[in-house]
Ligand binder design. Structure first.
Ligand code: FAD
Ligand code: FES
Length: 336
């Protein structure tokens, strides 16, 4: 049995189980998810999707009009013909609503809430329901703010282990979630989560990776690194983690422990404030070296507050280098 992540156009992800004998479309329908489908015969192309990761058999029965050789080489599949040979990630060109599914909700309670520094909070939540929560490292959930009807988006900063997941949260003075977490929150408090969501997740590592984090934009990378620590990587991975002030720098021990556990992983951390006591000063872009961009044969992952994501994207464009893949996540404020 393989796990297939179906990523819908609206950012919702649902996981289904598929045996090696059934098509991905049959597995989805068996589990109540109506992905686009018409002839079921490999003739119409209605079920064409993009396989982001995994090994699979495309089938022999479809016609060129439905899926061309070139499309198959690029990673397109017909889900009415595709049979999984490993866990896979499939992008569905339709919204979750059209496919008669929606994001899942979970109830859990706070297992730990800790102020790592004046600006940063570590939150862990735990619950039996969460042991069924599957997500791709790098994705996020909407967390309900207790005592209000509002939700805030947070990237998982860890994998799910024994029904527990963690987050790394910036303390925005006067912010709704920030005020709850720094004032009222205590172990045992209930929280609701809805998700997982998002297209910022770790793809198969096929070339060197450059990971660029701004502030708590580090969160999705620590989840990705947990996964990479389990599976290893043949390719070099370099993380540059930039913050504004010395007190924003957190989780350095954890990054160091990843560097010890993952053979090809290295990182640097820099602080923008010129008065910083940290040895490496400046912005993330000042510490990108030509070898990190590898003449474009690199997958870049970038996450942080919107101005940082825009500045770094522009810097990379100005270098005249087009990375093989460029994925980013902006931590946009809900209340902006
Ligand atoms: C996909 C996604 C993933 C995210 N993941 C994370 C994460 O892992 N960690 C994390 O810390 N945040 C993350 N965020 C941001 C997060 O969702 C909240 O916006 C943030 O935590 C502020 O929430 P709040 O309730 O404390 O403040 P709010 O009540 O939403 O805001 C209060 C005031 O502060 C302003 N404000 C909000 N955020 C900022 C900011 N960053 N800088 C300056 N002013 C701000 C607002 O405009 C508003 O005026 C993510 C956002 C998105 C869209
Ligand atoms: S449904 Fe027609 S090709 Fe798959």
């Amino acid at each position: 049995m393989h796990k297939i992540a179906l990523n819908f156009e609206d950012g919702v992800t649902r996981f289904i189980d598929a045996t090696a004998d059934e098509t991905v479309a049959d597995a989805a329908y068996r589990q109540g998810i109506n992905i686009p489908l018409d002839c079921r015969d490999g003739a119409c192309g209605t079920c064409k999707c993009f396989a982001e990761a995994g090994r699979y058999d495309l089938g022999q029965e479809y016609i060129e009009d439905a899926l061309s050789e070139e499309e198959a080489e690029q990673g397109y599949v017909l889900t009415c013909q595709m049979r999984a040979q490993s866990d896979c990630v499939v992008r569905i060109p339709a919204s979750s609503q059209v496919c008669k599914t929606e994001q899942s909700s979970y109830q859990a309670s706070i297992s730990a809430v800790r102020q790592l520094s004046d600006s940063t909070i570590a939150l862990s939540i735990k619950g039996e329901a969460l042991s069924r929560l599957a997500f791709l490292p790098g994705q996020y959930v909407n967390l309900g703010v207790p005592g209000s009807e509002q939700t805030r988006a947070y990237s998982f900063s860890s994998l799910q282990k024994d029904g527990e997941v963690s987050f790394l949260i910036r303390n925005v003075p006067g912010g709704l979630m920030s005020s709850f977490l720094t004032g009222l929150a205590k172990a045992g408090d209930s929280m609701t989560l809805a998700g997982p969501l998002g297209s910022f997740y770790l793809r198969e590592i096929r070339r060197p990776l450059l990971l660029l984090a701004g502030g708590t934009g580090l969160a999705p990378f620590t989840a990705m690194l947990e996964k990479i620590a389990e599976e290893g990587s043949e390719h070099p991975l370099h993380l540059i983690y930039g913050v504004t002030n010395d007190f924003d720098l957190v989780e350095l021990d954890r990054l160091q422990s990843f560097a010890e556990r993952i053979a090809n992983f290295s990182f640097s951390a820099c602080v923008a404030n010129p008065e910083s006591q940290h040895p490496l000063k400046g912005y993330v872009t000042q510490h990108i070296e030509p070898c990190h961009l590898n003449e474009g044969d690199v997958d870049v992952y970038l996450c942080g507050p919107p101005p940082m994501v825009e500045a770094v994207s522009q810097y990379i464009r100005e270098q005249g280098i087009t990375p093989a893949n460029f994925y980013y996540e902006k931590f946009a404020a809900a209340a902006a």
